[in-house]
Design a protein around this ligand. Sequence first.
Ligand SMILES: C[S@@+](CC[C@H](N)C(=O)[O-])C[C@H]1O[C@@H](n2cnc3c(N)ncnc32)[C@H](O)[C@@H]1O
Length: 472
Amino acid sequence: MSYQGDGADQGPETAGASPCSCAESEANGVDAITVTIGATVPTGFEVTAAEEVKEKIGVEATISKDRGRIYFPITTDKLFQVHLLRSVDNLFVVVEEYNHYQFKESKEETLMELQQLASKLPWTNALEVWKLNGSLKKRRGHRKGGNAARGKPDTEARDETGSEMEQQPPPADTTAASEDQMEVEACAQASDGAASGTRPLKFRVTCNRAGDKHSFSSNEAARDFGGAVQEFFQWKADMTKFDIEVLLNIHNEEMVIGIALTEESLHRRNISHFGPTTLRSTLCYGMLRLCKPQPSDIILDPMCGTGAIPLEGAIEFSSSFYIAGDNNDMAVNRTVNNVCHMQKRRAEKGRVSGLPIDTVRWDLCSLPVRTSSVDIIITDMPFGKRMGSRKKNWDLYPSCLREMARVCRPGSGKAILLTQDKKCFSKAMRSIEGLWRRLHTVWVNVGGLHAGVYLLKRTEAAFGQTPEDVYE
Ligand SMILES: C[S@@+](CC[C@H](N)C(=O)[O-])C[C@H]1O[C@@H](n2cnc3c(N)ncnc32)[C@H](O)[C@@H]1O
């Protein structure tokens, strides 16, 4: 819920917050400040995201009790790298966090307390980071007006309609921004008038609340806290064309106040031609990290849909080679278009090498691929809800595990399979247990559906020599 106040049009001063920018401070030799960054990540991949933060930023991230969020400290000189993380959806800078906030029992008292809180919060550093963030401009794809960051776990927009004809793809220009995000460039100062103080800041407060013991609604919290923020800073409230989005994230007793640093989820980076079940690139990245691609690995997505998984792999783990296949012509076309779109954008930016990916139309149950030649199979299987059917899965899943076992290298091959049809998957696994061993399962949220990412290891058994190979 967001709050839009009456909108008193006041001057640009920000009470309680220093107007100087970090870019300026650093240029003047002032030390970088340390702040806590909050990130929403695909639910279930919090540990994977924390590992990426450790690897790329060199700091330990803590995983929130509120699933789908992690927090980590940075100095402002690392803000640039934060935007290059591949496992995070939305980013925000923390103003204040309370692990055990004692909400009052009565609604009136609680809302009054939230109002009083606005003027007591340590806003200065978070606002400086927000300003600096504004100066890290994307070369292209920067959307003016209206910040879409939500600061809450962004559930997958998965719509398994079964009929790909019905899909309405979002416009390419506003959705595919990956390479742009990778090329953020530091400017001397924010171009936006609000950030540089020439016009009043427009803001909104968004409250994300989870927990059943609160006496107030998220709307009421956003409204009352927002009113107090407006009064304190003399900012102008604007629900849609805001410069700054203040986040009030409440999960049971945990309350975090933050300022959004992303305009739209960073998972919208690779795909320009959407299908009915396009996976978020952040989730694809999580799956890819689980299988640890090695240089020269041959990686197959035999049910690639729009190619979201192999495309993310070809960009991020580019020393492996990816083959994306599907039995549906429209899906294959979309993958080809997505790959071409990304290649074009890379070429425009002067990258000479193409992406290590090829696309094929095939039936997964009979792959035109040599036995024992593939290192990793990674795919998002039809859940049987809107794509395919549960009934078809009873035949599809066992054939698919068998054919994957044939092409995968015994002893070292891996499969990373996403499905929500757990019953069917478990039964199919039992029918072929001599060829696959289940190593690990990560439970994820895909568009509100509870699904499993199964990490399987190919056993040493040679294909064609176990009873399971006999396909009836
Ligand atoms: C859940 S979707 C994959 C979505 C994909 N991850 C994406 O991001 O767009 C499953 C795909 O499996 C494909 N499929 C179903 N049965 C198949 C088969 N026997 N052989 C190859 N592909 C198949 C469907 O056409 C569909 O595109």
